[in-house]
Design a protein around this ligand. Structure first.
Ligand SMILES: Nc1ncnc2c1ncn2[C@@H]1O[C@H](COP(=O)(O)OP(=O)(O)OP(=O)(O)O)[C@@H](O)[C@H]1O
Ligand SMILES: [Mg+2]
Length: 367
């Protein structure tokens, strides 16, 4: 049995209102770092508030270590939560902020001192313990919040967009810090974000949520390489994947993905999966690094269409090339060594048969 289990978890805020969390099932192992990733309003905060006990559940169960925690008060659940606005008390020093939950538990004074110092060290703020929040930077305050959450040695550590108040650079450094702290403390963690890069870099497994439902659960690269749905494919990856509404046509012995602007002859490996889709509409998805340019416009087996590069965004170790096909912007990631310039006529070719096909009605991956 897994350490933390959500079983058919449901939430409605109003009695006849919509299901905000819609039969969520999830098993988390002890020590795992799980990231809930999804757009605003998909139910991420609601879900972790139900785990922490700040919100009632409307149906289903939450099991920790083999036991339902629904009847337990928030403070008896062994859960620590960090909020987006990290809410440390301005009138208390860093030490007192971190010590606060231990005082509530009536921990002995010398034990408090020992544990606060250990937590502060883990969070990298041992030299700031005498300071008040007003005397600290945003990142340092956030570390105090982290130290206060880990000092109680929670069974489960919940973080709701803890980095969203920090500037871009600090966000990136704090996210490595959180990862380092996790590697030290091994607390079972759920981290909420709508930032896919943050999710990719932190998670053991990502749970992609959309409209109160789980779209896909998997390791970051698993979801990236093998997206289960159109939504998962579109939400993960920068620049995002390119999508085309196409029709599957029979061409000779094989099939092609066709619309007004593109014509991609499907490789033999896709034939069986797409044969039932003959004459039907589908969505073709291609990640930006799997489009190859050929400046001579020679037609390779992966040929998609002709194009002209509109502009180039150099990124240092690669460039993003932008073109339009049928009025739609297409982004291509090319190595910096690419010799393509703006306004050159090129052909776009799909590399290594790296395509995804989705059912246009359900969004589910066909192949
Ligand atoms: N107390 C409440 N009463 C009624 N509806 C609520 C309440 N709290 C949240 N909701 C609704 O539930 C849905 C999910 O909200 P939730 O805060 O869980 O989203 P989220 O995924 O955390 O979004 P964000 O990324 O913006 O924080 C939203 O449509 C929201 O308006
Ligand atoms: Mg939220």
């Amino acid at each position: 049995m897994s350490y933390l289990e959500l079983r058919n978890l449901q939430k409605r805020y109003a009695k006849d209102g919509p299901l905000i969390v819609d039969n969520m099932n999830l098993s988390i192992e002890k020590g795992e770092f799980i990231v809930f990733l999804g757009p605003s309003g998909c139910g991420k905060t609601t879900t972790i508030r139900m785990i922490s006990g700040l919100e009632d559940v409307s149906g289903g169960d939450i099991i920790v270590d083999g036991e339902s925690i629904l009847q337990k008060k928030p403070r008896d659940r062994g859960v620590s939560m960090i909020f987006q606005s990290y809410a440390i008390w301005p009138h208390m020093t860093a030490f007192d902020n971190i010590a606060y939950p231990l005082k509530l538990q009536k921990t002995a004074k010398d034990e408090i001192k020992k544990r606060v110092e250990a937590a502060a060290q883990a969070a990298g703020i041992e030299m700031l313990l005498k300071r008040y929040p007003a005397q600290m930077s945003g990142g340092q305050r956030q570390r105090v919040a982290v130290a206060r959450a880990i000092v109680v040695k929670p069974r489960i550590f919940l973080m709701d967009e803890p980095l969203s108040n920090l500037d871009a650079k600090l966000r990136v450094s704090m996210r490595s810090e959180l990862k380092r702290i996790h590697l030290m403390e091994h607390s079972t963690t759920i981290f909420v974000t709508h930032d896919q890069a943050e999710a990719m870099s932190l998670a053991d497994r990502i749970v992609i949520m959309y409209r109160g439902k789980i779209e896909q659960i998997g390791a970051p690269m698993e979801i990236y390489r093998d997206s289960a749905t159109y939504f998962a494919a579109s939400f993960i990856g920068t620049p995002p994947a390119n999508f085309f509404d196409i029709c599957i046509e029979k061409t000779g012995e094989g099939y092609s993905a066709v619309n007004e602007h593109i014509r991609y002859r499907l490789p033999a490996s896709l034939k069986a999966a797409l044969a039932p889709w003959e004459g039907r509409k589908a969505v073709l998805g291609i990640r930006p690094e799997f489009i190859e340019l050929s400046p001579g416009r020679e037609k390779t087996p992966g040929y998609l269409c002709d194009a002209v590069i509109d502009f180039i965004e150099p990124q240092g170790n690669h460039s993003i090339l932008i073109t339009r096909i049928g009025g739609m912007e297409i982004k291509i990631v090319a190595p910096d060594s690419t010799n393509v310039t703006v306004n050159t006529p090129v052909s776009l070719n799909i590399k290594d048969e790296q395509v995804m096909f989705f059912d246009p009605d359900t969004g589910i991956r066909i192949r």
